[in-house]
Design a protein around this ligand. Structure first.
Ligand SMILES: Nc1ccn([C@@H]2O[C@H](COP(=O)(O)OP(=O)(O)OP(=O)(O)O)[C@@H](O)[C@H]2O)c(=O)n1
Ligand SMILES: C[C@](O)(CO)[C@H](O)COP(=O)(O)O
Length: 224
């Protein structure tokens, strides 16, 4: 399931960042080409904004393993809509949620996520390498956190679709990734170390970094 109904406000571009072009392809095409190359994925459900005029222009929108649903006002609402579509196909499915804004994900990382997944699910994540500070209300240092136990969450994130959908049934305001919804139900998803180049394109400077990484990544046999 791929949330792709955002507007990309922090990017400040003329169109949503998932439709910006990197090396001749849109971010969305890069992302979906990689996901579709992962053979165990039976279907890719993409949540797009209501009335999105760019999505129908992509050839990949007509791929036999791709379907679109209408996203919501938040990423979590879009994910909930997508997971509902997954469950409608298979009530016992497991669902991998991946940001459309992360076009550099590697098949090797997706496989590692599957291999490292337990009954509570799993997420790709990166151990932090900087010292981490918690701020007070005036943006002054309130504390230094023990970084040995701090990770940055990435995507994909992999869960039983029913458990995820139920966990997304309440207030979504504080939910910024799928794992946080499952944590709120008392579950402890596994952390699987992912690559540093699996960046989320968020700010303008991320485009140059993405182009750099695209030039350095070795091929993984990306074919639909
Ligand atoms: N209502 C929303 C908001 C976000 N997303 C998707 O969730 C992913 C990660 O969200 P983010 O990087 O925050 O994207 P935007 O919300 O578009 O960015 P911004 O917060 O800068 O507007 C993106 O692929 C985005 O399209 C979504 O499906 N539905
Ligand atoms: C899901 C995510 O990519 C994990 O780091 C992140 O929480 C998305 O945040 P965003 O503000 O919706 O981009």
């Amino acid at each position: 399931m791929v949330p792709a109904a955002g507007v990309g406000a922090r990017m400040g571009a003329a169109l949503p960042k998932q439709y910006l072009t990197l090396e001749g392809r849109t971010v969305a095409e890069h992302t979906l080409t990689r996901l579709l190359a992962f053979a165990p994925l039976r279907q890719v459900v993409v949540a797009v904004a209501a009335g999105d005029p760019w999505w129908p222009e992509l050839d990949v929108a007509r791929h036999r393993r791709v379907e679109a649903v209408t996203g919501g006002a938040s990423r979590a609402a879009s994910v909930r809509a997508g997971v509902a579509a997954v469950l409608a196909r298979d009530p016992d499915a497991w669902v991998m949620v991946h940001d459309m804004a992360r076009p550099l994900v590697r098949l090797s990382d997706i496989q590692a996520l599957v291999d490292g997944c337990g009954e509570d699910g799993a997420i790709l994540a990166r151990r932090v390498t900087d010292t981490v500070k918690r701020a007070d209300g005036d943006d002054r240092i309130a504390a230094t956190l023990d970084r040995r136990h701090i990770w940055r969450a990435l995507t994909p994130q992999l869960f039983a679709a029913r458990a995820l959908h139920d966990a997304l049934g309440g207030d979504l305001d504080a939910i910024t990734d799928e794992a946080s919804a499952l944590e709120a139900t008392g579950r402890h998803p596994a952390l699987v170390e992912g690559r540093a180049d699996n960046i989320k394109i968020t700010l303008p400077e991320d485009l140059a970094l993405a182009r750099f990484y695209l030039g350095t990544q070795e091929e993984e046999g990306l074919a639909w």
